[in-house]
Design a protein around this ligand. Structure first.
Ligand SMILES: [Zn+2]
Ligand SMILES: [Zn+2]
Length: 444
């Protein structure tokens, strides 16, 4: 038996449209189901009420461009969703609960290091904001995120791509067949965090057996080797065989087993759009598994009709994928701009499509190569003609990278450099600064 915290935030007043798959009914049926099953009467279940995240909590992890003010109207439900993760995370770290399940929406895992708007239904990254909160406030050092949503957790990957202290593992339907089109085995992390990103793209039709095989033979050994203090599960339910957006074949019990195998300290709801046919049962199975109760009786009303890949067919595919992943070698390009502080700055081009609003963000990411810390990150980001800058001094930055961050930041504010606004994310000292040519400096 485990003391399990749960938190519901259905965000009644937030939707992307009445017929949109990401809508409030996503959690209403779950709430009813858990109530009917008497889950809330179990002695080990403790229910929590949502909390609002502060702007400082967000800016520690994500830069809102061109400035946070441009987002305030639409951010409220996202801040509550993020705040709810912080609340349960805190309860877990304080020992009030053994583990927890945040059933809040909107989801977050497509939202990255720089945010110009909503994409893939996400504006703020709930799990990433939580991870950095636990590091800043509770001194946690090593955290793993395992993303079991059917879509690649591209936003979370983006945020931690240069961070050797956060292991990010994403299992998802192959990006050649599903949004957002990324998450391949060669995406293994930046030069200072090589191999701390693990992508496992799976063929459509993967079912319980295949999924569990991959967890036992690939994901769990990797987690064990990393030895995280905390494991967070981005728990997307859209691998279910009734999900209208994807083509995987997991069952509710299959999800229960995933939870039992992973033993996450915290599960945070991501996607899942089979609102009546899957979500109430998947959420129930996950919750039972977290609470150390039997979940094998949980059955969704529909029967699995789609063809599922057999383990015999899947095994060679996975072994091949594993081999490919292991043989990918680092190949990075050094590109030092005249005003860059000394060192090797690795350039990684990046572009992000915002499907909700239909525009493209073009980015140039640079990270200072460093064997003593995660390295200072410098990102130039453009949306149409607007350009914003992010300088990030990482947690536990070495003195040279810290100074490099300040030097870059000073340079960007010089009158003749042509930059209009930017952000300094000083994770080392937990300070965030926004700068705008007209309004000057603001500290968080
Ligand atoms: Zn999803
Ligand atoms: Zn360094």
């Amino acid at each position: 038996m485990k003391r399990t915290g749960i938190l519901f935030f259905p965000a009644f007043d937030w939707s992307l449209g009445d017929s949109h798959p990401e809508r409030e009914e996503r959690l209403l049926y779950t709430q009813e189901q858990l109530f009917e099953e008497g889950i809330l009467d179990l002695p080990q279940i403790k229910q929590f009420s949502p909390r609002v995240a502060t702007m400082k909590d967000v800016l520690r992890t994500q830069a809102l461009f061109p400035n946070p003010g441009a987002h305030t109207e639409s951010l409220d439900p996202h801040l509550i969703s993020a705040g709810s993760s912080l609340l349960l995370g805190e309860a877990q770290v304080n020992g009030e609960i053994d583990n927890g399940f945040v059933m809040a929406r909107p989801p977050g895992h497509h939202s990255g290091a720089t945010v110009w708007g909503n994409r893939g239904f996400c504006s703020l990254n709930n799990e990433a904001i939580l991870v950095n909160y636990l590091r800043a406030r509770f001194g946690k050092k090593r955290i793993a995120i395992v993303d079991t949503d059917v879509h690649h957790g591209d936003g979370t990957q983006d945020i931690f791509y240069h961070d050797p202290n956060v292991l990010f593992i994403s299992l998802h339907q192959d990006g050649r067949t599903l949004y957002p089109g990324s998450g391949f085995v060669n995406e293994k992390g930046g030069p200072n965090a090589w191999d701390q990103t693990l992508n496992i793209p799976l063929p459509p039709g993967t079912g319980d057996e295949g999924y569990h095989y991959i967890l036992e033979n690939w994901v769990l050994p990797r987690l064990q080797a990393f030895a995280p203090e905390i494991i967070i599960n981005s728990a997307g339910q859209d691998n279910h065989f009734t999900d209208p957006l994807a083509s995987m074949n997991l069952t509710a019990r299959g999800y229960g087993r995933i939870t039992e195998l992973l033993q996450p300290d915290l599960a945070v709801l991501e996607g899942g759009y089979s609102i009546e046919g899957a979500l109430p049962y998947v959420n129930l199975a996950i919750l039972l598994a977290l609470a150390g109760e039997d979940y094998h009786h949980v059955r969704e009303p529909q029967k699995l009709k789609r063809t599922t890949l057999t383990l015999a067919a899947l095994k060679p595919y996975i072994q091949d994928l594993q081999k490919q992943q292991q043989t990918v070698k680092q190949s990075f390009t050094i590109q030092n701009k005249p005003y860059f502080p000394k060192g090797n700055w690795i350039s990684i081009p990046h572009s992000v499509y915002y499907d909700t609003e239909g525009f493209q963000e073009t980015r140039h990411d640079y990270v200072r190569e460093c064997s003593n810390c995660a390295g200072t990150v410098y990102i130039e980001s453009r949306r149409y003609t607007e350009k914003s800058i992010l300088v990030r001094i990482p947690f536990e930055a070495c003195p040279i990278c810290e100074q490099a961050g300040y030097d870059l930041w000073d340079h960007l504010q010089k009158p003749n450099e042509g930059f209009a606004n930017g952000m300094l994310q000083n994770q080392l000292h937990d300070k965030q600064y926004l700068w705008n040519r007209k309004e000057g400096l603001m500290e968080f």
